[in-house]
Design a protein around this ligand. Structure first.
Ligand code: ZN
Length: 293
């Protein structure tokens, strides 16, 4: 391993994977992993205007309203039930929810059915338009850190498949904390970099001296900038004045968001690993409910 020139939380970082387009580094202090170099703003915005991304199964079959049966719908409904059961002090007439990186508005449409007054933020023009057709929420097109929103005014802030995509997860979590009302809740759904996928990808890379990169190229997508374990996420939450109060894991559902063309054997093996990851409690995605400290 070699030194990575970028630092994470003040400590040095090591380059752990050398991929075609970038390296993946790990902070020696907190073990967070990150893409190096991180993309420039223009590159980052380009990813979310790419037709291949916008037409991926993740958006294609989840943009048909709450009746659509994509796996995210079940996860969203589970979290809405959790919020109903755990935010009982929130008044029924004033339940405000902000979904950051709302995509095509699938979650917002479900939240509206559960009596939440919703707002959404989305970087992609195209996805913002799709969300407008799916829900009545007030939508802000832009970067979360640039959108002018009133502090301490939301009961819930949600981040579905967002935190791994941002450049500064610490700033994003701190901003979410500012926006929460006292007693409010932040819901974070992001990659778990301690998953069985990551473990097997690491073995395949190391066992071949870095020559077999197929698995890690797929695991470390160009759109993902940060990879957090449950404990590295907890560190960032604590730093932002938040505390995890409940958590669970979910499968990757690989074929739905795999944006790079992959050989058939990789897809078959990936789905088997996805099922095994549940048995091993080392799933690819982590869901954390947080309260302000
Ligand atoms: Zn660090």
């Amino acid at each position: 391993m070699t030194r990575c020139p970028r630092r994470c939380c003040g400590a040095a970082a090591q380059t752990v994977y050398r991929l075609r387009r970038f390296d993946v580094c790990r902070c020696e202090s907190c073990a967070a992993m990150f893409r190096h170099p991180l993309p420039e703003q223009a590159e980052l915005e380009g990813y979310y205007a790419d037709p291949a991304y916008l037409e991926s199964a993740y958006f294609a079959d989840s943009g048909q309203g709450p009746a659509a049966a994509g796996p995210e719908v079940g996860i969203y409904l589970e979290s809405l039930a959790w919020l109903d059961g755990n935010l009982v002090s929130v008044s029924a007439g004033e339940r405000k929810l902000l979904d950051v990186g709302c995509g095509n508005g699938q979650f917002l449409a479900l939240a509206e059915q559960h009596r939440w007054k919703c707002e959404g933020i989305e970087l992609s023009h195209e996805l913002c338009e799709r969300a407008r057709s799916l829900c009545v929420a007030e939508l802000h097109r832009g970067d979360f850190l640039d959108v002018d929103l009133p502090a301490a005014s939301y009961d819930v802030v949600t981040m579905w498949d967002l935190l791994e995509h941002v450049l500064d997860p610490d700033l994003v979590l701190a901003r979410a904390r500012e926006l929460l009302r006292p007693g409010g809740c932040l819901v974070v759904f992001t990659i778990n970099s301690e998953s069985l996928f990551n473990w097997l990808g690491d073995i395949s890379y190391r066992a071949t001296g870095g020559r077999l990169t197929t698995a890690v190229e797929l695991l470390y997508d160009a759109r993902h900038n940060w990879y957090l374990t449950p404990s590295t996420l907890d560190r960032l939450l604590k730093q932002a004045g938040l505390r995890a109060v409940d958590r669970c894991q979910h499968r990757a559902y690989l074929g739905r968001w795999l944006s790079e063309p992959a050989p058939v054997w990789v897809k078959v093996a990936g789905n088997l690993v996805d099922l095994a990851s549940m048995a091993a409690s080392q799933c690819y995605r982590q869901l954390v409910y947080c309260r302000a400290v």
